[in-house]
Design a binder for this molecule. Sequence first.
Ligand SMILES: *[C@@H]1O[C@H](CO)[C@@H](O)[C@H](O)[C@H]1NC(C)=O
Ligand SMILES: *[C@@H]1O[C@H](CO)[C@@H](O)[C@H](O)[C@H]1NC(C)=O
Ligand SMILES: *[C@@H]1O[C@H](CO)[C@@H](O)[C@H](O)[C@H]1NC(C)=O
Ligand SMILES: [Zn+2]
Length: 541
Amino acid sequence: MRRAILTTRPLWILLLMVAAVTGGRVENVEYWKQYGDSRLYKSLTRENVVGHTKNVIIFIGDGMGMSTITAARIYKGQLAGKSGEENQLAFEHFPTVGLSKTYNVDKQVPDSAGTATAMFTGVKSNYYMLGLDSNAKFNECDAAINEKSRLDSIMTWAQAEGKHTGIVTTTRITHATPAALYAHSNSRDWECDSEIPPVFRGCTKDIARQLVEEEPGKNFRVILGGGMRQFGIQVDPGTDDSCDRTDGRNLLETWMKGKTNYLFVNNTADLMSADTTKVDYLLGLFGPGHMPYALQRDRGPKGTPSLQEMTSQAMKVLSRHREGYVLMVEGGRIDHGHHANYAQMALHEAAELDDAVAYAASNTNPADTLIIVTADHSHAFTINGYPNRGNDILGYASKSSVDVPYETLTYANGPGFYTHLASNSSNCTGSLWRVIAEEERKQATYRHFSPYYLGDETHAGEDVPVYSSGPSSHLLSGVFEQNYIAHVIGYSACIGPARVYCSDDNNVGMLRSHSGSTTVLPTKILLVFLLIFTLVSKNRR
Ligand SMILES: *[C@@H]1O[C@H](CO)[C@@H](O)[C@H](O)[C@H]1NC(C)=O
Ligand SMILES: *[C@@H]1O[C@H](CO)[C@@H](O)[C@H](O)[C@H]1NC(C)=O
Ligand SMILES: *[C@@H]1O[C@H](CO)[C@@H](O)[C@H](O)[C@H]1NC(C)=O
Ligand SMILES: [Zn+2]
C-alpha cells in the first residue's frame, strides 16, 4: 500500500507539471491514440462533394506561405490564451489541401501580379504583368501585342454565365491581386494615369480606369478596399505614398453613371448599416491608399472595417442572386507586414483573414459553394530554434542565459538588419547584435531579425498550400502549377473554357479528348512506316 503511493506519486506530480506547462491539457498516450483514431475516422468517412457549384469564394492571403500559416495558427491560439501549437485555423478544417507551384514564366521567385494572373486567368505569365500573357512586354505598351495577349479572368467567365461578381481587399482595389481580375496592364504600377510613361498613355488606360470603364470591372456588384486617390477623390494622403490622378477624372462619378440602387461608403458604420437586401452595387473605399493594418485601424464607427465585416456585407449583397456569384477576398497586408519584417503585423493580418474565412464557411452550404484559401507566394520567413511548447511565438527561441538571444521568427533578409545591428563601425570587440528591450519588441512595428539588409524583405519561392471545400474541391489535391486553380474554378462553376465539360455528367467528352488511343496510335504507325521507307530507300541507293 505504502509502496504503491510512493511509486505513483512521482507519476501524478509529473502529470500535474505537464498540465501546468500545457495549460491544463493532458497529452498522454491515450490522447494521441484517440486523436489518431478520430482523425482516421474523419478521413475514412469523408465523401467528396462531386459535381458543380453555384458560388465561388476565393480567399488570397497575400504572401501567406506555410511558415506564416503555422506561426499564425500558434499566434491566434496564444491570443486565445492557449499554448497555440494545437490550434487549428478555420481553413485548416477544409477537407482538401494541395500544393501550388508559384514561379512566374520568367522568375524563379514570383511577384503578386504574375501569380494572380495565373490563378485568375488559368495562364501563367511574367513578373509584374497583369492579365496579359508572356508575349506582352513589361513596362512597354504595344497595342497590337497587348490585344493578342489579353487573358480573360474568372470574373469575365462568371459574368458571361450570368453570375454576379465582387472583390474585397485590404489593399488598394487597384493593387496587383485584385487588378489581375479585371485589368490588362504591362505593369502593375500603372494604377493612376500619372504612373504610365507619357508615350504609352494613348495605348492603354490606367488600372483604376479599367476597373470602372471596362468589362468585367464595371459590372462588379461589390468593390471594397482602399484606394481613394486612384479614384481621383480629394483626400488627405497622410503617409500614403501611392499615386494621384493628373487627368482630373473623378472615377467615383464614372462608377455611379448608369447604375441604379448603388451605394458608396467610406467608413465602418455606413458599410455595416447598408441595406444589403436592396443594394445592387456596393462600392466602399476606406482610405487614400491601402487600408490600415488591422492592429492600427480605427475600430470606431467612422473608422475602417475589418476584413470579416467587408466579407460579410459582400456575401449578403451577392448571395441574393439566383444564378450564384464569384467573390475574391484578399488579406493583402500580410505581405506588407513581412516586407517590413513586422512579424506580429503579418501574423495578425493572417489571423484576420482566417476570421473572414470562418464567417464564409459558416454562412454557406458546402453543397453549393466552393471555397478556396491560398496564397499567391510565400515569404523569406522562418520558425526556427527549439523553443519550448507554448513559448511566445513572437519571443526568443534560445535560453535566457545567452548574451544576445535569437528569435523564433526571423527573416532571410530585410530592413530588420539595422534594428538588430549593435554598431556600424567594424570592430570585433563586442557582439555584432544588440539586446533589445521588451518594450521595443512588443511594438507592432518592431522588426524581427534579418542577417542581410534590404529595404524590403523579399518573397520566397517554395510551393504554397491550397485549402478547399465544396463542389469538386477534391480536384485541388496533389502538386500542381498555380494556373490550375482557375481551371478547377471553371470546371466547378461551369464557367469559362472548362464549361464544355459541364453538360456531361460523366466527363465523357473530356475522357475521350484526353485518351491517347484515337490520335496517338495512328501517328505511331505512320512514324514506323516512314522509318521503314527511309531505311529501304537509303539501302537502294
Ligand atoms: C465620405 O463620404 C461622405 C458621404 O458620402 C462624404 O461627405 C465624405 O467627404 C467622405 N469622406 C472622405 C474622406 O471621402
Ligand atoms: C547604421 O547605419 C544605418 C544606415 O545608415 C542606420 O539606419 C542605423 O541606425 C545605424 N546603426 C547604428 C547602430 O548606428
Ligand atoms: C566597438 O563595438 C562595441 C560593441 O558593439 C561598441 O560598444 C564600441 O563602441 C565599438 N567601438 C567603436 C570605436 O566603434
Ligand atoms: Zn509582396
